[in-house]
Design a binder for this molecule. Structure first.
Ligand SMILES: [Zn+2]
Length: 256
């Protein structure tokens, strides 16, 4: 790191758990963030500010006016633009030292090969069961840790899945697909902006902790935040032996 970088990351480097070597680890890391919506906005902003050297963004959506209430990465001038294009510009405005790769596409198991290459950790900023399930499947088959987050109206939740630690996975928490009708009805519910910020910040913190081997991850339990009640709670989750995702790792037919 040069002198400017040392100054920029002083407050990280002063932390004894991170130090100069931890900051160098962040610089050398590559992360893939799937979804540049509410959670993705917060996660990407903090990871860019933290100096993660290579950040991949996967999203095929366009910025709309109603996104601005919670998707803090975007500005009024971005409305109508591709999220990945606007996100890359705004992140480079914040930190020009980064390598930001964009993928203007929907995440799919078939197209995941290029997203996996040299990726240290996956981050799930998507908002639907199918995507979350697919991302988790790839993570476990490719042995890549995954930070999961979910949101609903005033509430949010977070958990870290790590195949290398034989942890629980998304399928152990949600073994049953709620169905498209249920999901579409959820998309029509409101959502409070700051809860997105709380969960997105926790997810970014877990990524930094993982990449620098600091502390202990939120693993094998879900941490939930209820904004209305002003409460955090933890729920232990047990691994399901017949889990579709983490106990069925031999099928590699999904790759191109
Ligand atoms: Zn599982």
């Amino acid at each position: 790191m040069d002198k400017i970088e040392l100054e920029r990351y002083t407050r990280h480097i002063l932390l004894k758990e991170i130090g100069g070597s931890g900051q160098q680890l962040l610089k050398n890391s590559c992360v893939t963030v799937v979804g540049a919506g509410g959670l993705g906005s917060v996660i990407l902003y903090y990871l860019a500010a933290a100096g993660i050297g290579c950040i991949r963004i996967v999203d095929n959506d366009i910025v709309s006016l109603s996104n601005l209430q919670r998707q803090i990465l975007f500005k009024e001038e971005d409305v109508g633009k591709k999220k990945v294009i606007a996100a890359k510009k705004n992140l480079l405005d914040l930190n020009s030292h980064l390598n930001i790769e964009t993928f203007d596409e929907k995440f799919s198991e078939k197209s995941s090969r290029k997203l996996i290459k040299n990726c240290d950790i996956f981050i799930d900023g998507t908002d639907n069961f199918k995507s979350k399930s697919s991302i988790c499947k790839i993570a476990f088959k490719e042995n890549i840790p995954l930070v999961y987050g979910g949101l609903s109206q005033w509430e949010g939740q977070i958990c870290v899945f790590d195949p290398k630690s034989a942890s629980i996975c998304f399928g152990c928490i949600f073994p049953n697909d709620p169905g498209q009708e249920f999901e579409e009805s959820c998309l029509n519910f409101g959502i409070i902006g700051p809860t997105v910020g709380v969960i997105g910040s926790l997810m970014a913190a877990e990524v930094i902790k993982f990449l620098t081997s600091c502390g202990k991850p939120i693993m094998n339990k879900i941490l939930t935040y209820d904004c209305l009640q002003g409460e955090f709670q933890e729920f232990l989750v047990e691994k399901i032996n017949s889990c579709d995702i983490c106990s069925n790792l031999n099928d590699v037919s999904y790759l191109e």
